[in-house]
Ligand binder design. Structure first.
Ligand code: ADP
Ligand code: ZN
Length: 722
């Protein structure tokens, strides 16, 4: 037999099939150890065939299989080929996505424990061997016990009895259960008529994808769980994807209560061993729902019955390292392979997704009301320019301070949200709210520290750094934001009795960092929770009746065509945390730009209004989904080498543009906004294309331009243009 092997080395030079002789036991999908060059390598068997085109004497033989079963299913192998082709990256790199990292690196392996019980022989130790007698009595009572526990308790007696043949040992595989301690909460609920209708439409549509557009608190989660439960009953499996941050303690408890150990829950807080075991449980079929962030879309389940992508608009669904895949694209492949449905859920769908639903590609199901017709929280827009003029130096408006006081007196909880994204890069006048924008592109400019100037990321135009505001002449030009830490200090000063929790990147590192904070807040160990983007996602805290958005417009000025969309999403999501139980919630939205249409739409929960406005703007200015933004990024430790690679890429891309001028709206080379990260110089060619027709050529040019010490890669509609 011949095995076609891809070696597990992520390099384009070895990114091809190598033939090896192998035995009968080897099959497609196995990991094998093979002789490679002058050493050994691990590889993946892509296919097994009868004959090779190479003469037999040239073929080497597979040393051995790493596992005694194929770690990759037939579906995974096909999907891997598709991804490698689509994103032009080495197959080895793609195949790795399907395996838990600790498996490849050997940092985790199967975990065994040895159990001892009494052998069916009559052995009577001497009456003086007290430990042996005690051990025998113990096993008579308990039947069996972990040998390690016995050795600890009875010492040498274990070995003594073993020698006499009085004990039987059995080694058993143990799957570590990371959720053993999780309190299970909440079984299935009776669906409301709205929810039932939604389930019915998702199950019966001819379309593969349904967009479930439901306001926050409309009961989308219950719909997902119902759909999943039905598929499990029918003997199928499910993928349930959520942004990492949504795997809250409540969510875990709910999933455990509903599905028990049939659910494998993958998140960054797991240890290597736990992650490995969860993967094994999915692969062998004892777990049949994979729940997790982006990477769970690669879960090794077979016979998939449904794929749910919750908070589909979330940026974390796009991979930012090679292969730069989109989770929905992978899900679409798996849905086609398994003939199953995909549900995309969100209160604020991505503009691009909503358009696909409008155009009829996706089914659209709308839930316009909260469960039990609970009212949406009322949003009050507060003009922060007035506060500055009144001499209020704190991050809290008078209105917000009032509400915080009331909240505290009533024993309710509040969330204070700080919109820090891109803040430090954008230049804002604190007197009038003026924001520096590009004259040609209508996007905000980015401050470049090294050169002390402002630049447009879309056309490269340079502007002088401002010393005074061109609109009002004021000198309170600000480009450094208020941090969460400062907000907490101010809060403590204003409300000495309040208990405050902070959640941001600094406080959530480490195992289960954010889970711990959320748990404490849900246990009402604090009155106020102060945080960044992380507090915005799908948490359900019944006692939160107030949400303060401290600087709602900051993300509006992020130099990105999606900044309006992001702001709408953020404001809606954070506002949705308020008033989820009996008491009606309130939201105070502070801004320097109170007339802003995005904020107005968000305050009225008017997604349609927002969408119509935004899509018209995108069409007029030729931004996605009416165009494709592509960046060819070049990085290298040596600046000259990076520039040489950039020149090569630029030359190729210019030639491509000359051949297809009608496809190119824009093409420019420049330094990346952050010129150097981790000792690597960064430069880029930025393009805007009418569509993706020349994409494949761009990938080829990028690959060709890469030199020994540089990296050249392609990003499509990147969510981060730093
Ligand atoms: P969403 O995901 O749309 O934001 P959730 O699924 O979190 O909404 O539901 C909002 C709240 O309504 C939750 O507290 C949930 O427990 C509750 N809920 C959902 N469905 C039902 C139902 N059928 N009956 C009663 N309560 C429900
Ligand atoms: Zn510009």
């Amino acid at each position: 037999m011949i095995a076609e092997v891809i070696v597990d080395i992520a390099h384009s030079e070895v990114d091809r099939i190598f033939d090896y002789l192998c035995d009968e036991e080897i099959c497609a999908g196995m990991r094998v150890v093979v002789p490679f060059g002058r050493g050994v390598a691990t590889g993946f068997v892509m296919r097994v065939k009868a004959e090779s085109d190479l003469p037999a004497e040239k073929l080497k033989r597979v040393y051995r299989a790493e596992e005694n079963y194929p770690v990759l299913t037939q579906e995974c192998l096909q999907l891997a080929e598709g991804i490698a082709l689509r994103y032009h990256c080495p197959k080895a790199l793609v195949l790795r996505l399907f395996l838990p990292a600790p498996m490849r690196t050997g940092r985790a392996s199967e975990y065994y424990r040895t159990y001892a019980r009494l052998a069916p022989v009559d052995y009577a130790p001497s009456p003086r061997a007290a430990a042996q007698l005690a051990l025998l009595a113990y096993l008579k009572e308990h039947g069996e016990e972990d040998a390690a526990v016995l050795r600890k308790q009875f010492g040498g007696a274990v070995t003594a009895l073993e020698k006499k043949g009085a004990l039987l040992f059995e080694k058993r595989r143990i799957l570590r259960d990371p959720y053993a301690g999780v309190q299970e909460e909440g079984g299935p609920r009776t669906l409301t008529p709205m929810q039932r209708e939604a389930v019915h439409r998702i199950e019966n549509t001819q379309k593969t994808v349904t967009l479930l557009h439901g306001v926050t608190g409309s009961g989308k989660t219950e719909i997902y769980l119902d759909l999943i439960a039905k598929q499990l009953k029918a003997g199928k499996t499910a993928l349930f994807l959520v942004p990492e941050i949504s795997l809250t303690p409540q969510m875990l408890a709910q999933l455990r209560a509903r599905f028990g150990s049939a659910a494998a829950i993958l998140h960054s807080g797991l240890s290597d061993g736990e992650r490995f075991d969860e993967w094994c449980r999915l692969r062998e079929g004892s777990a049949r729902i994979a729940i997790g962030a982006r990477s769970a879309v690669f879960a090794p389940v077979e016979n998939v019955g449904i794929i749910v992508i919750d908070e589909e608009h979330d940026g974390s669904y796009n991979s930012e390292s090679s292969p730069r895949y989109r989770t929905l694209d992978i899900a679409l492949f798996r849905a086609r392979y398994n003939s199953c449905k995909i549900v995309l859920g969100s209160a604020t769908p991505a503009v691009e997704t909503y358009r696909r639903a409008q155009e009829g590609e996706f089914e659209l199901v709308t839930l316009p009301e909260r469960i039990n017709r609970r009212p949406m929280p009322r949003v009050e827009i507060v003009d922060m320019r007035r506060e500055v003029r009144r001499g209020n130096p704190t991050p809290f408006s008078a209105a917000l301070r009032d509400r915080l006081q009331t909240c505290l007196e009533r024993g309710n909880q509040a969330i204070l949200f700080l919109n820090r994204r891109g803040y430090s890069q954008t230049v804002l006048c604190r007197d009038c709210g003026y924001v520096a924008k590009c004259e040609h592109c209508d996007v905000s400019l980015t401050y470049h520290h090294e050169e002390n100037c402002l630049k447009c990321h879309y056309c490269g135009t340079r502007y002088h750094m401002l010393s005074a505001c061109p609109q009002c002449g004021g000198r309170h030009i600000n480009y450094v934001g208020t941090g969460t830490q400062r907000v907490v200090e101010e809060l403590k000063r204003l409300y000495p009795s309040a208990r405050i929790l902070r959640m941001d990147n600094d406080t959530t590192s480490g195992k289960e960092g954010h889970l711990k904070i959320l748990h404490r807040f849900s246990e009402r160990e604090a009155d106020f929770l102060v945080g960044t983007q992380m507090v915005a996602k799908g948490h359900d805290f019944p006692f939160v009746t107030l949400v303060g958005i401290l600087d709602a417009d900051m993300s509006l000025h992020f130099p990105d065509y999606r900044s309006g969309e992001r702001t709408f999403q953020l404001v809606t999501q954070v506002a949705g945390r308020s008033g989820r139980a009996e008491e009606t919630g309130e939201v105070v939205l502070q801004t320097y730009d109170p007339g802003n249409y995005i904020l107005r739409f968000a305050a009225e929960y008017d997604y349609k209004g927002f969408y119509e406005h935004e899509i018209a703007l995108r069409a007029a200015s030729a931004f996605p989904p009416f165009a494709l933004i592509v960046r060819v990024m070049v990085t290298g430790e040596d600046e000259r080498e990076a520039i040489a690679a950039l020149k090569a890429a630029y030359g190729g891309l210019c030639a491509l543009r000359d051949a297809h001028a009608e496809k190119f709206l824009f093409l420019q080379r420049m330094y990346a906004p952050i010129r150097r990260i981790q000792n690597r110089y960064r430069c880029q060619v930025l393009m805007r294309l009418t569509d993706g027709e020349v994409l494949q050529e761009i990938y080829t040019i990028a690959a060709r331009s890469q030199s020994k010490n540089t990296l050249v890669y392609v990003e499509e509609n990147p969510s981060n243009l730093n």
